[in-house]
Design a protein around this ligand. Structure first.
Ligand code: GLU
Length: 316
């Protein structure tokens, strides 16, 4: 890793990825907001294969910080479904809702360093600046202020994604000072994910490409908290025929625990892998045993435009 200075702001440039000698540990981190759908399976299988084909571990974390969006029982249904697909975690499953103390400690450190500040701005106050926070200009003090991370002028984060290649973002201009704890009191995803990936010693974050542009925020937070930056790979999003993310469309079929093979074969194809390698799979476990050594990360495509109409059917 090489350090560069951008307008006096120190930013790390990731020079090489997936070349670490630390133990390999990947993770899948679903939000329990409903059923796992085919798009989530791509992230689950992709992160599992990425770690496992190199002899690594795969962990599971339930991201339930936003308690308003969580559906009771969805977490256990997701864990059971993953097990039916042969995707069992190597470590203890953790729930973000039980980790307030860790997030508070990180926020306290950022406050102490002068990096985090209490913010009374409303959405309307931010609208004047395109929704991007650079300076507090509240019309009134709020009873429920948020906490934000100060992003210095000129802060640019550059990293290399294993699928998308070099990715750069000017955090001050494109994102602004971002929220660490929301005005409703819930921890922001960006803070929780950074604290947990570090606490669980995750060495590679493999997830959907919808989170590619959150990654610079996470890398900047890691730098402010003195944490290591894992390697990143962002998998193709599964889009429906209207180009919308599958998870938000009618095509978001629930996955069936009693018919894992068609969905696994389909996810394998979305990941750009060679169908012949898993053609003889008899069941989920056999599929994974065949897929693991055959997985070729360099074949994973950036997008799945050509697969819009090829959503699998659940018939085995
Ligand atoms: N919980 C997030 C989601 O379900 C994933 C976060 C991550 O993988 O970093 O979309």
């Amino acid at each position: 890793m090489r350090k560069i200075w951008v307008n006096r702001v120190e930013c790390n440039v990731m020079m090489s990825i997936f070349s670490t000698t630390a133990p390999i540990r990947g993770r899948f981190a679903p939000s329990p907001t409903g059923h796992l759908h085919p798009g989530s399976l791509v992230a689950a299988l992709g992160s599992w294969l990425w770690a496992k084909h190199r002899g690594g571990q795969w962990w599971l974390r339930i991201e339930d910080v936003d308690r308003l969006r969580c559906v009771p029982g969805a977490d256990h249904a997701q864990i059971a479904l993953l097990a039916a697909f042969g995707l069992a975690p190597d470590g203890e499953v953790v729930w973000q809702s039980q980790r307030d103390a860790l997030y508070q400690a990180a926020l306290d450190r950022l406050i102490q360093q002068g990096d985090a500040f209490e913010c009374h701005c409303s959405r309307r106050d931010l609208a004047a600046n395109g929704g991007i926070h650079r300076q507090c200009r509240p019309h009134a003090r709020r009873p429920d202020p948020a906490w934000r991370l100060r992003v210095p002028e000129g802060c640019e984060i550059v990293f290399t994604d294993a699928v998308h290649g070099a990715f750069r973002q000017r955090l001050d201009r494109d994102v602004g000072d971002f929220v660490l704890r929301r005005s409703d009191g819930f921890w922001a995803y960006q803070l929780a994910v950074v604290v947990d990936d570090a606490a669980q010693e995750i060495s590679e974050v493999v997830r959907g490409a919808d989170l590619l542009d959150s990654t610079p925020r996470q890398i900047f937070l890691q730098q402010r908290l003195g944490l290591a930056t894992p390697a990143y790979a962002h998998l193709p999003l599964v889009l429906d025929e209207n180009g919308r993310k599958l998870g938000k469309s009618l095509a978001a079929l629930p996955l069936r625990a009693d018919a894992p093979l068609p969905a696994l074969r389909w996810a394998w194809q979305v990941l750009g892998q060679i169908p012949e390698a898993i053609a003889d799979a008899r069941d989920a476990r056999h599929f994974l045993a065949l897929a693991c050594p055959a997985f070729a990360p360099q074949r994973v495509p950036k997008s799945t435009a050509a697969l819009h109409n090829r959503i699998f059917t659940n018939s085995p």
